[in-house]
Write a protein that binds this ligand. Structure first.
Ligand SMILES: C[S@@+](CC[C@H](N)C(=O)[O-])C[C@H]1O[C@@H](n2cnc3c(N)ncnc32)[C@H](O)[C@@H]1O
Length: 252
């Protein structure tokens, strides 16, 4: 991945990111991106430049996410019910597929501690940048303080939690599945993410590892009418407007 700082002012930070994530840093003066996707760094933050010229920046203050936080139904929304959050019970959550961190942000805003795992260096770098910006905002800092970001592949990371006797209450999985026409219209950034990262594999082993370590449940988010992610019926299901949550109980 190439990263191009907007000016020399951002060069040191761009070089630091390039070293950390094995990106290549091009100077604004000489650099011309040679790929469909590339990273830019300017006053707004780190952004993924997309093939249509738009840019993807993770911003926890964005209007849609704030609407969801403030008017999304609180503990009555299907995500909260699927996770099993109650006013008297705020489970510890392991989000094994962090992505843009939106679901985790909502869960943390409802009072849960959430560990977010993201394996893509590019998405992790964008998330890390969003965390830094949100932490500086007094309105979001208490929410961000409940969120911990880990750069790892969950398939490798989950067994380490079992060894360390540090198991979460809930394992949450929101993998990327092939598109429906409707979802393609609804969320362009997610379409680019799919194009950029490809569909997620090894979901079955993630669900199995999740069921070995979760103390309370494993929750898989799916499009409402999609087939099951694995060849095994969930213990129960919850439906949202466009999504469905398949819930599996731990093995023991
Ligand atoms: C559909 S997105 C998740 C969206 C997220 N729930 C949100 O609210 O923004 C899926 C993300 O999971 C990541 N992912 C998929 N498999 C993973 C794994 N085994 N370990 C860590 N991250 C994974 C992908 O790189 C992608 O960023």
């Amino acid at each position: 991945m190439q990263i191009i700082p907007a000016s020399d002012h951002f060069l040191e930070e761009a070089n630091r990111l390039a070293d950390r994530f094995e990106f290549s840093c091009l100077s604004q003066k000489t650099g011309t991106p040679r790929q469909d996707f590339w990273l830019s760094l300017d006053t707004e933050g780190l952004a993924l430049q997309q093939p249509d010229g738009s840019k993807l920046i993770i911003d926890f203050s964005d209007k849609q996410l704030q609407y969801r936080r403030l008017h999304g139904g609180g503990l009555n929304q299907s995500l909260a019910k699927a996770i099993g959050i109650r006013s008297s019970d705020k489970p510890n959550i392991l989000d094994t597929t962090a992505g843009f961190g939106k679901d985790s942000f909502i869960l943390a805003s409802l009072g849960c501690k959430v560990t977010l795992i993201e394996r893509s260096s590019v998405i992790f770098a964008l998330l890390d940048d969003a965390f830094t910006r949100a932490s500086a905002n007094p309105e979001f800092e208490p929410i961000i303080s409940r969120m911990t970001l880990v750069h790892a592949d969950s398939t490798d990371y989950l067994p380490t939690l079992l060894e360390a006797h540090n198991c979460p209450d809930v394992v949450y999985i929101d993998p990327m599945f092939p598109d429906t026409k409707k979802s393609a219209l609804v969320n362009k950034d997610m379409q680019y993410l799919k194009h950029f990262l490809g569909a997620d594999q090894a979901i079955q082993s993630l669900i199995q590892s999740g069921r070995s370590i979760a103390k309370k449940r494993v929750v898989i988010k799916r499009p409402k009418k999609a087939p099951l992610a694995i060849d095994e019926k969930p213990n129960f299901q919850l439906y949202g407007k466009t999504t469905r949550f398949d819930i599996y109980l731990p093995y023991s």
